[in-house]
Write a protein that binds this ligand. Structure first.
Ligand SMILES: [Fe+2]
Ligand SMILES: [Fe+2]
Length: 635
């Protein structure tokens, strides 16, 4: 268990207490005022008073503490604080008042470990298809607008559907209560601010229709004049060798076009205290009490300052300036701060290597010389019954962050952006052929401020001291779409070999016969066995401009290896250890996975069988869940 530090709670007392306060005015005169407090917490309070000090003034304040519950925390007798906001009298309250933040803007503070930072585009959680303009356009019209319209029409059916476990991950908004007005506002804003993306989405549909109708095997040159205006200059028209027409997008130019609008990127900060989060593909992130939304391009270096603040103290003044917070935002933001130092990270100092499982497909491997983190997806730190490693259990520098494929449970911008300042290199599968369903990860990450992206083609390797990373082909799990952004990785450290196969589906065992000849045996295999998989339309549906018939959709699944396929991998590489991972079982991943297995679920039945077979054969095997640590001694 690694949650050694008690997690502070933010509580407020509604009691009104008598307060006296002192400040110095512009002429250096000492002033005194009296009033009554409301909403006292460890972070601040609101004071009703006939005379209020101006915003930004440092104030010393005495609160009559009698009757304030102990849980509120220790309030000093004389509180040094700063005025955040002054409000005039209202009908409800005869006196005006001022909000204070305890401490001053010049105290150096850390961001609390349970502060969640979610990247958003247009108010929706930024998963990888919402950043490239073409996939964003299709998701906007075919997913977001449709869900928003349905919610506005029948919010009660959404509220009922999200409570039904058989509908998990479906197109239903999980907003907790009726937020029709907010959703209507978001819809209007989207239509107004994203009209160019709505047009781009329509143009992609018309281009597909044009190719279906007129690209019949003859030269495509005459069709360029008929390419929808919105896409003119951004596409090349092509045939495959069997005269099936298609197009490729010139992605670098689309990122430079008006279709890529960084002004709609933001981060939402709030405190997280438990695992449950709404499923992000179908629920927008709507501002709520206590959250702070900061509009800022993901590429902004100012965000790194914010992310660093979990380990490096800054003053509120500095961070407020960096993020451009207004008074209300600064007041809310102050509640995210603590003067408590973060738990220090104990670096692995052993002779060999150590790996730690952080949940799903996220594994940290540390040697005295190098750190590698696979598919970074992390939990924040808060009280929980399920033991886990969190953001606080990472070293200062991650030499290689390694991404297996472009599914939202393997490339999570929420985690990656927060680690950006620590990641020396980010390794991704080579792609970039311009297919709509396969946006370039290198371009996408560069747009998001990563300057250190390494693309690895199949069987290429990166060498480091006493080790290497080799990209191994990854087949299947993408509904038979032509997607190149897929790679398993072989990690060698000294004489140890670990293969991270992620969701590789062993549909062609001969492949691994060829791979085995190149890389030899593998000591430890990490394999995903989500062998049912969602239909291809779950992720890629919005990109299809013609509806895929249901039986076809159901036959083309995003499924990993089943028992037979995983066992064939174990046999081929003569593995000594087998770890089933990437099963989406950790509850802190519900917001991107929406999976709840029972004992009767195929992934559980198949992985149990694999583990049993392996153990019978003397192979160490288990299904990972929560956390795990293994040491790899050097010979
Ligand atoms: Fe996947
Ligand atoms: Fe996965």
């Amino acid at each position: 268990m690694n949650l050694g530090r008690p997690v502070r709670r933010s509580l407020r007392s509604p009691l009104q207490r008598a307060v006296t306060f002192w400040w110095t005015n512009g002429d250096e005169e000492s002033r005194q005022g009296e009033g009554r407090s409301r909403d006292v917490s460890e972070h601040g309070a609101f004071v009703f008073a006939p005379v209020c000090p101006p915003v930004g003034t440092s104030v010393v304040l005495t609160i009559d503490r009698e009757g304030i519950p102990n849980e509120i925390g220790v309030l000093p007798v004389d509180v040094k604080c700063e005025v955040l906001r002054v409000e005039p009298p209202t009908a409800e309250w005869e006196a005006g008042g001022f909000a204070i933040q305890i401490g001053t803007n010049d105290d150096r503070c850390y961001l609390k470990p349970n502060v969640m930072i979610e990247p958003l585009v247009d108010g929706w959680y930024a998963w990888a298809h919402l950043i490239p303009p073409a996939t964003a356009a299709r998701n906007l019209t075919e997913r977001h607008l449709k869900i928003m319209e349905s919610y506005i029409e029948t919010p009660e059916s959404h509220q009922a559907a999200v409570k039904n476990p058989t509908l998990l991950g479906g197109p239903f908004m999980d907003l907790g209560e009726n937020r029709v007005d907010d959703v209507r506002d978001l819809r209007e804003r989207t239509l107004h601010e994203r009209s160019q993306l709505v047009r781009l989405s329509g143009a992609l549909e018309r281009l597909d229709a044009l190719l279906r109708e007129k690209a019949t095997g003859f030269s495509l040159e005459a069709l360029y004049a008929e390419v929808p205006e919105e896409l003119q200059g951004y596409v090349e028209l092509v045939y495959d060798l069997n005269n099936h027409p298609s197009f490729r997008l010139i992605e670098p130019l689309l990122y430079k076009s008006p279709y890529y609008d960084e002004s709609l990127q933001s981060v939402m900060l709030s405190e997280i205290r438990q695992d449950d989060r709404p499923f992000v593909l179908s629920t927008p992130r709507i501002d709520s009490n206590g959250s702070v939304q900061v509009g800022m391009p993901f590429a902004s270096e100012q965000l790194d300052k914010l992310f660093r603040m979990k380990n490096e103290p800054f003053t509120l003044r500095e961070i407020r300036h960096a993020l451009g917070l207004n008074d209300l935002q600064a007041e809310r933001f102050a509640a995210f701060l603590t003067t408590e130092k973060p738990r220090p990270y104990s670096k692995y100092k052993g002779e060999g290597a150590r790996w730690r499982y952080f949940g799903h497909a996220c594994i940290l491997l540390e040697t005295p010389g190098v750190t590698v983190l696979t598919d970074p997806v992390l939990s924040y730190t808060y009280e929980s019954d399920i033991s886990r490693y969190t953001y606080e259990d990472l070293p200062e520098v991650i030499d290689y962050a390694v991404i297996t494929h472009n599914h939202q449970d393997h490339i999570l911008f929420e985690t990656l952006l927060q680690l950006r300042h620590r990641i020396r290199n980010i390794v991704v599968p080579r792609n970039g052929g311009g297919a709509l369903q396969d946006p370039s990860l290198r371009l996408l990450l560069k747009q998001c401020g990563f300057q250190n992206v390494i693309e690895l083609a199949e069987m290429e390797e990166i060498l480091f001291e006493r080790g290497s990373i080799t990209a191994v082909p990854f087949l299947g799990e993408h509904g038979d779409l032509n997607v190149l952004t897929k790679s398993a990785y072989l990690l060698r450290v000294n004489d140890h070999t670990l293969m991270f196969a992620a969701d590789s589906c062993n549909i062609s065992p001969k492949l691994y016969e060829h791979v085995h000849k190149q890389i030899g045996d593998v000591e430890a295999l990490f394999v995903g066995m989500e062998c049912d998989g969602a239909p291809v339309s779950w992720i890629y549906g919005p990109l299809l401009t013609q509806r895929l018939e249901r039986p076809k959709d159901l036959s083309r699944r995003l499924a990993g290896s089943n028992y037979e396929r995983a066992l064939a991998l174990v046999d081929q590489f003569h593995c000594k250890e087998v770890y089933v991972y990437a099963m989406g079982q950790e509850p802190w991943l519900n917001h991107v996975m929406s999976i709840k297995y029972t004992d009767k679920s195929n992934p559980i039945i198949h992985s149990d069988r694999l583990i049993k077979t392996c153990i019978t054969r003397g192979i160490k095997a288990e299904r990972l869940f929560g956390e795990k640590e293994i040491l790899l001694p050097y010979e």
